[in-house]
Design a protein. Sequence first.
Length: 267
Amino acid sequence: MSTSPAPLLTVRDLRVVIGDSHILHGVDLDVAARGTTALLGRNGSGKTTTVRGILGLVPRTGSVLLGGEETVRLATHSLVRRGIGYAPEDRGVFATLTVAENLRLAERPGAGQPAYDLVHELFPELGQRAGQAAGTLSGGQQQMVAIARTLLNGNRLIIADEPTKGLAPKVVTEVAQVLERAAEAVPVLLVEQNLAVVRRLARHCVVLADGRTAHRGPAAELLADADAARRLLGVGRAGHDGAGPAPAGASAGPAAHPATRTEEAEV
Ligand SMILES: Nc1ncnc2c1ncn2[C@@H]1O[C@H](COP(=O)(O)OP(=O)(O)OP(=O)(O)O)[C@@H](O)[C@H]1O
């Protein structure tokens, strides 16, 4: 009987309060030691705040074990040194700098030789575009730069926050390919609302609702269960695989929590 390796990241009872706002009320999640784990949930359910809590960018309580080490009281720079790479929602690419300069800025002193070989092996296009200003790249290519930066420093975990948001369907496919290649090298925690991307990339998923963990399990199982997808994500319809939009009037959630952004197309 084969046993799965221990999770790389184990989050328990993560709580975040900012000012008067109680945003996370107890998030539990595991990030598998291999491949992609998807963090899902309707708009405003707390996905980005969970990521920011893991990274120490907001005050938090609970437990965040990275490779068995408790990190919840560590500052962000200590977490970065321990090997968490972050590709934020807005990509954080410097538009007026070249691709090569964007990558050079991401090199971390003390992290050993930057892994340019890996980056160029996974993304040969970045080598060809080394001298191009990052602001003139397509959205998909900029996302490639953002992911490449997280791979440079021998990180143990990559966190990517909505990397396909706002991109055209063809570019979504390109970004899914980028993430697929990255996850072969380093485990990925992927915040994603495009369920076609989730279906393609993620083995495990965690679903948040109102700042709490509402579901954890195999991603394929959730996406195949139209009732669960409708209840948890506000998508799916009878006889459908859960990745399409809900029919008119079939929204499962309150109006304040719009349904998850979805794509019908394969990616
Ligand atoms: N700094 C803050 N101060 C007060 N409330 C906040 C703050 N950041 C987030 N929130 C609130 O916390 C809730 C969760 O936000 P969060 O961005 O984590 O959700 P999300 O699941 O990532 O949403 P989306 O899918 O729309 O990006 C929202 O109601 C949001 O308005």
